[in-house]
Design a protein around this ligand. Sequence first.
Ligand code: ATP
Ligand code: MG
Length: 570
Amino acid sequence: MTSDSRVSSRTPASPERRDFIREIVAADVREGRASEVVTRFPPEPNGYLHLGHPKAIALNFGIAQEFGGRCHLRFDDTNPIKEEQEYIDSIQEDIRWLGFDWGEHLYFASDYFHQLYDWAVHLIKAGQAYVDDLSADKIREHRGTLTEPGKNSPWRDRSIDENLNLFERMRAGEFPDGARVLRAKIDMASPNINMRDPVLYRILHATHPRTGDEWCIYPLYDFAHGQSDAIEGITHSLCTLEFEDHRPLYDWLIENLPVPSRPHQYEFARLNFTYTVLSKRFLGRLVSEGHVRGWDDPRMPTLSALRRRGFPPEGLRNFLDMVSLGGKGTSAAEIEMLEHEVRDVLNRRALRRFAVLRPLRLVIENYPEGQVEEVEAVNNPEDPSAGTRKAPFARELWIERDDFMEDPPRKFFRLAPGREVRLRYAYFVTCTDVVKDASGEIVELRCAYDPETRGGDAPDGRRPKATLHWLSSEHAVPAQVRIYDRLFTRPDPGADGDLYADLNPNSETVLQECLVEPALTELPVGETVQFERLGYFCPDPDSTPGGLVFNRTLGLRDTWAKLQAQAAGP
Ligand code: ATP
Ligand code: MG
């Protein structure tokens, strides 16, 4: 479970970038086998895109861009039972968010249902397909295993006329679901199970999101996919390795049908992450069973969730630049590495703001009542062009409860009785007294400030060991903050056979009594800022002017950088 060969050294994508797929494409162009490079990204609209999909998206769109060709977005919508318009819409939104564009090349496999039907008839007429009356279970039984050949169906040798007649009646709706299927007639003894008379069409009396009730038979993936590629003039059909064994069937169909072009399929490794499950089916169950609030719940590994959580798409793209295509293993990329790239982008871009998650009142007894000063706060120390802002400072402040200890252990350098700290951009304060309630809980700190330290520097050069963030009580705005932890408790969820058992019961903590600086009321949804000393946060779409809600995008601690530093040695 470590980053293996698939994580290569850091080389940004460029026309010179090479991997085995780009080598093939380059050779095809050089040697005249492809005059224009045409790729496609072919999602099935049966769920939201997840963290694995960007690898396929960046590869297909990236190659088209690099070779001056085009990339289609094609929905593989051949299973009306599972597919929905909601997914069609979200997938388009996610691809655009990632930064890719299909232009006018939006297609649907369902656009080709008539053509596919005609090609099925073509196979029947050529004696290469037949209608089978066996049930799904019987078909499975007849299929054989990896070590045993399959058995022919008793219906395999029907006459062409009978097959034509039955297939037409399947289409006309004469038979119930599952009564019959259309199969290719290839070889029940083939060592490749995919070639043992694969099913091409099945009966499904279901309303399709695009074709409505026009059809009650639907092509299977294997029959729709390669032919759709051929119709669209796809030159390089890139898919993940589980389709490697389907390639002989892909080629058989292309060879045996009068298709307008001859695409080729190439396979690359799926991307997986530690602490993450990438299966639309399982993710859909988490949603429908209420383990999360929706597909875009910020704990989900979907693109819409990451967007909601405030991940910048550049972070994802930078990560993908380092992911290689090969590697047949099933090992997963470390999720910390993606987070590292995201922090890297945010560190450079995110504005710094003050927020207090667990507030503790601090009163500066020698500060004039009613006075408000505006101190100058830097928006982003990494980017001087981001400028500064004015932050109101007054006698009554909020600081972080964690920043004070009445009886501090040796390594605690923040505020404690009698100790002086710097309030960032403002003054030094010394804690003079601690106020407690009847139960003994600390409710307020009394402090004295040094007026000579305005701006955060002392004329005598003394330097407190800690610098704290703070908010003026009068000006602070209440907010709810949602802190996320990993959705799964272990790097390899489900390794013991039960994914549910590995769900993290504490994947979300909601803090109701947070306070933020006034500038944050105007922050648009989707813009991530750094709450100083606390992490990266962005407004959630649930946020309203009267009820601010923030998501924590990520904490500040970069475990990947730490791992790298350890690996590099002292
Ligand atoms: P899931 O199993 O999660 O439903 P899928 O493979 O069925 O995923 P599709 O929407 O059908 O998902 O896939 C669209 C494209 O994205 C395919 O080309 C597929 O190979 C690719 N893809 C899906 N998951 C990954 C992944 N984890 N890594 C790389 N590519 C992926
Ligand atoms: Mg699928």
